[in-house]
Ligand binder design. Structure first.
Ligand SMILES: Cc1cc2nc3c(=O)[nH]c(=O)nc-3n(C[C@H](O)[C@H](O)[C@H](O)COP(=O)(O)OP(=O)(O)OC[C@H]3O[C@@H](n4cnc5c(N)ncnc54)[C@H](O)[C@@H]3O)c2cc1C
Length: 374
């Protein structure tokens, strides 16, 4: 008899398996429908030998010391500050918008206070900030909104920014300095030997049995277990009783180039009419030295693997119905991005999983709960 059947071997499932086995001596089965562990953070060497992320580029960043220290038990790190450029008006400019973005685009030489005044003069006052469009237009004005956000958001979500919750872009920073880092978190680093290696070390424990190509429905009756931790889609668990929770999906198009470097930045965003939103060159992220290089195009789609919960009030309301059902289902704990229908970064999922472990083991961790909420 296993203590836990854990469904999904992504960050949520692997952290919980590790903690329950190593921290509490529980016997755990970890299953995943996919043929590998790591969930969406899975990386592997492609046919040319370049380390790539199968489900889109993943960059680790966190301001939670607890999360960073926890993961450091399973990996060494390579310091990495992520930088993104946007292809706008025939040139590559820093994104988030900063002093250099404005000076480059408009052929100006403004100082920090001058760029603040420039943006303030273009910002459009909106009585109420309800949608993503309101957030951006009230910050940078209509022209920059159209150049950087309108088409990108439409492609990404299949919706106009005027139809999306303000929360989607509420944190889009605009800087009047020259800081061109994409993230400003305290810890910014990539696992030295990749994410998959880190996951392998995490779940390497005699109390953890891993079953791949194994779906929950198959395992549920075959594996004797006391409790379930479910990190797959919460609506699928309940057979979509109230209807399907909408997700945005992506198609990944990989290309290997017979050259050491392909583009001038780790990620280039295309906020225009092209079908793809961005192109990533993995070697920048991984630091790998290799005579060839692999890039990936991301093309957003309505159908396919569930990647991004669509942030609209009606979807949040639908999720709340599943959440109520989940609370009333004894012996099953829901976790992770799909289990709680929230877009979480990797560090937030780790914090959420550690908090759930704390509850299951009877040692709630307040600091981690705080990191999760941040
Ligand atoms: C394109 C993209 C880029 C991202 N980039 C970043 C980034 O740069 N930085 C960052 O911090 N975060 C990033 N994220 C978010 C990151 O992927 C998630 O935070 C993290 O992977 C979530 O882990 P999880 O365990 O909750 O879910 P997942 O990694 O999705 O794992 C869930 C697992 O459950 C399995 N599963 C589902 N249903 C079943 C079932 N019925 N039976 C068995 N198994 C099942 C799935 O196969 C999957 O492996 C990105 C996400 C996407 C989509």
């Amino acid at each position: 008899m296993f203590d836990y059947l854990i469904v999904g071997a992504g960050f949520a499932g692997c952290v919980l398996a590790e903690r329950l086995a190593r921290g509490s001596g529980k016997k755990v089965v970890l299953c995943d429908v996919r043929p590998h562990i790591g969930g969406n953070a899975y990386d592997h060497h492609d046919a040319a030998g370049v380390l790539v992320h199968r489900y889109g580029p993943h960059v680790f960043h966190t301001s939670s010391r607890e999360v960073f220290e926890y993961l450091s038990r399973f990996t060494e790190w390579r310091p990495y500050q992520h930088r993104v450029r946007a292809w706008v008006d025939g040139q590559l400019v820093p994104i988030p918008i900063n002093l250099d973005t404005i000076n480059q685009l408009y052929g100006l030489r403004l100082s920090a206070p001058e760029v603040e005044a420039f943006l303030a003069s273009r910002a459009v006052r909106r009585e109420q900030i309800r949608t993503s469009e309101d957030v951006i237009v009230s910050k940078v004005g209509v022209e920059l909104y159209e150049k950087f956000f309108k088409h990108y958001t439409r492609k990404q979500w299949g919706l106009d920014p005027s139809e999306l919750d303000a929360a989607v872009t509420a944190r889009v920073p605009v800087r009047s300095n020259r800081d061109d880092r994409y993230f400003t978190d305290t810890y910014q680093a990539m696992p030295l030997h990749g994410f998959t290696r880190m996951f392998e070390r995490m779940v390497d424990h005699p109390n953890i049995k891993i079953l791949l190509n194994a779906s929950f429905r198959e395992m549920q009756s075959e594996i004797p277990h006391r409790e379930v931790i479910f990190t797959g889609p919460v609506d699928a668990f309940f057979d979509h009783r109230f209807g399907k929770l909408p997700y945005r999906s992506l198609e990944f198009h990989f290309e290997t180039k017979d050259q050491e470097r392909y583009q001038d930045a780790p990620v280039i965003n295309y906020p225009n009419e092209n079908p793809y939103t961005r192109v990533t060159e993995f070697k920048y992220l991984t630091g790998q030295v290799h005579p060839k290089t692999t890039i990936v195009y991301e093309i957003p789609k309505g159908e396919g693997d569930p990647y991004y919960p669509v942030p609209r009030p009606e979807n949040a309301a639908l999720y709340r119905k599943y959440e109520e059902l989940a609370k009333e289902t004894p012996g099953v704990h829901f976790a992770g991005r799909l289990g709680t229908y929230r877009y979480y970064n990797m560090d937030q999922v780790v914090a959420q999983a550690l908090t759930l472990y704390g509850k299951l083991a009877g040692v709630p961790n307040r600091q981690l709960a705080a990191a999760k909420a941040a």
